[in-house]
Design a protein around this ligand. Sequence first.
Ligand SMILES: [Zn+2]
Length: 471
Amino acid sequence: MPRMSPRRSAITARWTLLPSATGGVRAAEDVTVLVEGNLVREVVAGRVVPEGCAHLDLPDALLLPGFVNLHNHAINGPVFRGIVDDVGAAGTVSADNIVYSLLLPLGDLAGTVLAPEQLAAVYRLAVLELLRSGTTSVLDMPRAQHRWLLDAAVELGLRVFAAPYVFSTPARGVGADGRPAYETGDEDASLAAVLELAEAYDQGRDGSVRVGFGPHATDTCSPALLRRIAALVEERDSFASIHVAQSRHEVEVVRERHGCRPVEYLDRAGLLGPRLVLAHGVYLEDAELDLVREAGATVAHCPLTFARSGVTVAFDRFHRAGVRTGIGTDAYSFDHFGELRAAGFVSKLTSGDGGRADAATLLTAATATGGAALDPRLGRIAPGCLADLVAVDLSGPHVQPVRDPLRNLVWNARPSDVDVVLVDGRLVVERGRCVAVDEDHVVAEAADAVAVLWRAAEAAGILPPIERTAG
Ligand SMILES: [Zn+2]
């Protein structure tokens, strides 16, 4: 494969995912995408290679805009692997308190027991997995201190929209009644830490690293804090993301404190608008979906993270309500293919209609819809759009034969079929391997770091000890 010029290149794939006239996507055969700098310059018919252009010829691939992962916590992928699966209602951790009883405490512990280089290793593994799964942009909600996410994204070449956590009343653990135990936090300090991170890393609209705001959830942020963030988003041409109605406890607490539903609460604070991404929305009522749609806000739909706790949330419900709905993995894994399939199957199961959430609809959500929430130049292959492109090889035995490439991509392909990834016009994955790092080394370093954390979590009583057999 020829080295791609960072300035001008031509990519000819067997199929190319282009915007359709009806606002969705279609697979065009035998077109060439011309890339100049970090932008798609033109899409032309046939195999066209202008003079001085590097040519990438992909006769077995479908070229698509990279996936926009609209809700994620990069550190959680490696740290919670094998920890949050098979957790039943009989234990102390349940779907309604898992965020407070396990996710936040173990995430906090990572920040205290791991050395900076160990945290950097964990983030590097997360970014590696994201890129290898065809993700070119991630909206991630890290802790503000975790600059390693941004460092890893720059090092490996992922476009990142960080929405670092801000809290007014963080919940750490759960009380005897099974409800979250809220503490009074210092929201000024929490917000100041995010502004400091933005000062150091935010590259503005033309950069590949953006730092916005991540008010944690409607039950952990005060109205005053949400109003301040709404003003900052506007002032700085930025964005925000917040967890909304992800548990019944959260909805109850908002009702008790403010006498309204979560989306009404966001609306009153002035935060509900096109620059807001609402993660989950599992327990939203229909009237709230209407409010979200009218405000032009986006829902980040992450079905697997709830499915593993036995909770049903259907893409189809948001989509049919006309809500702009993108897809996130929420660090269940970073496998966007798996998440799309789950979004499809849950929609088909809950509606009893196999035609719901079809491949083209899901691909649109995963690319153009998610992209539109963050930057109108993201998620489409069209002149003037950002050259964030992924080539997925469709020649494998689990994918062939191909009649409708969109269906084969969504229902049959896997992250290991991702062959080439370009972000901002730069080649970051080639022949399925990340070009910037030694992948085996990245995996081994992260596994060592997480082993240290798990042992500390057992000692602190956050994780039950497991039996390790000798020999
Ligand atoms: Zn989340």
